[in-house]
Design a protein around this ligand. Structure first.
Ligand code: ATP
Ligand code: MG
Length: 422
């Protein structure tokens, strides 16, 4: 065993013959990157969700590579390599067809005494302390996300007990959940997300820690929460995750003012189902679905009769939320049109302005929301059918598009990366 690999001694190594990951399952550009790093004398591993998903027999969303080469050393090896991120430096290796392989240098959590006082520098420092593979495994969030596939001998390196947890179908935090959730409260939401996506049992220690640390999530960066929320819809688990968030006391801190009524969860289940049928996840629809129960309640309590009043009510609900999450006015505008469209549709046919409304580009999407709500509540089925008839005959019904190309990574390009991402 070489010096470099010395710290594998404390890891469980699963040799190629004893696991199911084959190179045929790994995308060829990622393999090229792994091989070249290895040939140049560096350690090169597949890490994170890719390893987890392959071991579970699922198709990974993307493959991430980690190495002991520094960003500059990586850049020197690949002509098509660009270093990105000011705070969290990563190498992006570009291939034909806009395909990017993301390579990170192994990192570790800095010790408290190493941290500079200045909070901005603090962040910079936290994100960029290079470390050993073992340290890199321990800074990750869940044991099942901390496994490495080593291209040198095709073995799996498990420092954190992830293999056993995959077998037991159990989600466990690496380290003490109270500490790890305090460090980064978004991990609480990720815990619920992975448990729902994979059908894994949440470790009891996670439940307890979420219960105790829930208020901290209100202080997490809004952009990250927004991104993780969209991730729930993309993975069709918005309903179960937000239900869990409600029962563990996380929901009020996650979405201020959100009461988590049964009506909303039933509607979100329909939205999740729609996404499973191959419809893309549109943020305006997710927003309208999140706010529909409150909007309907407002229509009732404020005895709303005109479209103008409905518009004001929708704005009242959406403007603070979109401001907080920095959601663009275009998205907010579309969400508002969906809610107002819902109001128009729910009033029934034959109202003034119907003809103009039917020409409105959002009419079909509003009907989609109305239909999902009707499915969820069992109400107004006939009215849905009546509207469907006019709107489809005008050829404006939403068509199921071909599946969009997979996004390489959930991380918004060119923006600050969350701590600990890989
Ligand atoms: P998927 O991409 O399928 O949603 P993933 O596990 O790859 O799942 P990513 O968000 O792509 O999740 O992150 C990649 C890896 O980075 C994770 O597997 C985990 O090891 C690490 N990671 C991500 N976010 C955090 C975090 N907040 N704290 C610690 N480690 C994290
Ligand atoms: Mg990933």
């Amino acid at each position: 065993m070489t010096e470099k690999e010395g710290d594998c001694s404390r890891a469980l190594i699963v040799p190629r013959a004893e696991h199911t990951i084959s190179r045929r399952q790994i995308d060829e550009n990622t393999l090229k990157v792994l091989y070249r790093l290895r040939r140049s004398g560096y350690l090169a591993c597949l890490v994170g969700g890719g390893v987890r998903d392959l071991l579970l027999g699922r198709v990974p969303k993307d493959f991430d590579v980690a190495t002991d080469a520094t960003p500059e050393q990586i850049k020197a090896l690949f002509r098509n390599c660009f270093l990105v991120g000011r705070r969290f430096r990563l190498a992006h290796i570009r291939f034909a067809g806009n395909y990017v392989v993301e390579v990170a240098t192994f990192r570790r959590q800095p010790r408290p005494e190493e941290l500079p006082g200045d909070s901005d520098e603090h962040f910079f420092f936290t994100e960029n302390v290079f470390g050993s593979p073992r340290e890199d495994a321990f800074r990750r969030d869940f044991t099942i996300n901390g496994l490495f596939y080593n291209i040198d001998d095709f073995s799996i390196i498990d420092y954190v007990g992830g293999i056993q947890d995959l077998k037991d179908r159990r989600l466990r935090v690496i380290g003490d959940p109270l500490v790890r959730f305090t460090e980064d409260p978004v991990r609480m939401l990720r815990a619920l997300e992975f448990s729902a996506r994979l059908g894994f049992r949440l470790d009891d220690s996670i439940r307890e820690a979420i219960y105790l640390r829930a208020p901290l999530i209100a202080e997490a960066a809004a952009a990250r929460i927004r991104e993780e929320l969209m991730e729930l819809f993309r993975h069709r688990v918005a309903a179960p995750v937000l239900r869990d968030a409600q029962s563990l006391g996380l929901l009020p801190y996650l979405l201020g003012g959100f009461e988590g009524e049964a009506e909303t969860f039933d509607l979100l289940e329909q939205v999740d189902g729609r996404c499973s049928e191959g419809f893309p996840v549109e943020e305006p629809l997710t927003l309208a679905a999140l706010f529909l129960a409150r909007f309907r309640r407002g229509l009732h309590t404020q005895a709303v009769e005109s479209v103008g009043e409905a518009l004001r009510l929708a704005n009242q609900l959406l403007v603070p939320h979109c401001g907080y999450f920095r959601i663009s006015s275009a998205v907010r505008h579309q969400a508002r049109e969906l809610l107002v469209g819902f109001f128009r549709l729910s009033r029934g046919r034959g109202r003034r302005g119907e003809k103009r409304f039917l020409q409105h580009p959002f009419a079909a999407s509003a009907l989609e929301l109305f239909r999902l709500w009707s499915e969820a509540s069992g109400l107004e089925r006939e009215l849905v059918a009546a509207w469907q008839e006019v709107i489809t005959s005008r050829g404006t019904a939403p068509e199921k598009p071909p599946r969009p190309p997979r996004r390489r990574s959930r991380r918004p390009r060119g923006r600050k990366s969350p701590p600990g991402k890989n």
